[in-house]
Design a protein around this ligand. Sequence first.
Ligand SMILES: C[S@@+](CC[C@H](N)C(=O)[O-])C[C@H]1O[C@@H](n2cnc3c(N)ncnc32)[C@H](O)[C@@H]1O
Length: 235
Amino acid sequence: MKAQLARDNETAIGDYDRWAPVYDIVFGPIFHRGRQAAIAAAERIGGRILEVGIGTGIALRDYSPRNRIVGIDISAQMLEKARARVSELRLAHVEQLSVMDASNLDFPDNSFDVVMAQYVVSTVPRPEATLDEFARVLKPGGEIILASRLSEASGIRRSIEHFVAPAARKLGWRTEFGWERYLAWEARTPSIELVERRKMPPLGHFALIRFRKTDPQHLIETSGVRDAHGTIRRQ
Ligand SMILES: C[S@@+](CC[C@H](N)C(=O)[O-])C[C@H]1O[C@@H](n2cnc3c(N)ncnc32)[C@H](O)[C@@H]1O
């Protein structure tokens, strides 16, 4: 299992190290509207923001300088581009850029007001474990904001996806991560609730998805009690 994960991550590192020099030219415009929508959602909350799979840091200058941005990515080459962008544009609101695996985040629980991942969840080998990590490092009341490719369970679009799967894999995308898996993840994660799912271009194959981490205080008020150890017990 660990060995397989390491192999899958090595593949992603190789793919994205190779994409790094041309990534902004190829993928800058296509995902522009989705990124703008995701950042607008993050700005409504603001504060300390973790951007996972930050890549070349293409979205960095779109955040308000009032926020503090921490970026991580598994590809050192992509991050090198992000670091060059930070120094070129003097982006003082960027607190940290580190090589890290999204499914094994080296941050304490409840560290961020927003966890942002743009076009990342469908590229990682263990999407559910990655979402678990997002929920862990998010503060109660904060949001996970995803711009993501959504695969179809059936129908014509599913057939097209099946046909283009080998090309999609070259871009680092797994085609099989569909909406039903997000819903299953939400259902088994008590601290998480869905806030929004909105279709995004290009071609409606992508979506903006927002999850909120429930505030324990709110839970107590609505349906729970805190026990002698300070743990919330839902009723
Ligand atoms: C499609 S690119 C998206 C880049 C950027 N977020 C954007 O909006 O263009 C996917 C990014 O996720 C990164 N990535 C893939 N697997 C990862 C993992 N396990 N942990 C962290 N980053 C990962 C890749 O290196 C790449 O930079």
